[in-house]
Design a protein around this ligand. Sequence first.
Ligand SMILES: [Zn+2]
Length: 353
Amino acid sequence: MRLHRSIIAIAFLTLLCCRCVSAQTSFTVGTASAAPGQKATGYLEVPAGVDAATNIPVVVINGAKPGKILALVSGAHGTEYTSIIAIEKLISALDPAQVTGTVILVPLVNMSSFEQKVPHLNPIDNKSMNRFYPGKADGTQTERASFLITKQIVDRCDYLIDYHGGDLDESLRPYAYWSSTGREEQDRISKQMVLAFGLDHIIIWRERPTDPAATRYLDNTASVRGKASIVVEAGHAGTVESDDLALLVNGTLSTMRALKMLPGDPHPIENPVWLDKIVDVLGEQLGIFYPLVKRGSYVEAGMKLGYVTDFFGKIIAEPRAPVAGVILHVNALPTLKKGDNIANIGVVASHAP
Ligand SMILES: [Zn+2]
């Protein structure tokens, strides 16, 4: 009888133990909690502070097989629509049964920007949601959201991809950012990721903040913390074109194959155009902008990028390219005021990194 009791007790303990193992392998971000082989949706709940609370949608895809954790984050700028829709496509396309490891997907960080159709900033506190990392628990909404994303996502992932694109006023050709941290293994993986993603122009992002308490950008917050990360950009000026969307969706799947998180072979780009730096050309006064170049055009130093008139049709400025390079994006709207971006020019690197 005593023996019988202890067998029952052992069986009961074993049952408890199994339950406890399966509870350990479920993965939770915010209110989204997925058991192995499951997909779960929920929210990162940013509490109210000096300004309003907000809820950031989040999806956890907990693969059937255990492995690394990949974070896909989009919509820091809530009107860069192609990047947001790309994550929506991936939410439905990714099958947990096929995934090794865990994927955290955040389609839209900046809900108020999306809702109010405000480019570049979070209209709640007028801050860019990709400039205040690692964030502050007692800051404004952008800082509190950044703090939560750092704690709940960046600190827990192994790899991160940050998605952007041309905002409402940017006619942009697709490109990626890659940066070297000097840590060999991390840089090898991030370079493998950016090549597997397949965008044919890659900016070598130099001179980034290295202080973990002042990392500014999301991907930099991840890379300073030792996680391989890249930025990808496609889409332009409020449009969601199928070619741009396909670049982001297929690029993500290829990167996941390179990271052995999906079966199959990646399709890396062999000879991308590496860009050494970006040169901004900014507006000097209010006027009407008429572009003379298109996104993706190659320009020589001194070439006219467009002209600016006053409201009576008189030409008041003829902005020119200060360097030779590729037009990564050019102002998509007639509105141009002092400090607005006229164009970003990528300077081609003399050799691959
Ligand atoms: Zn952006």
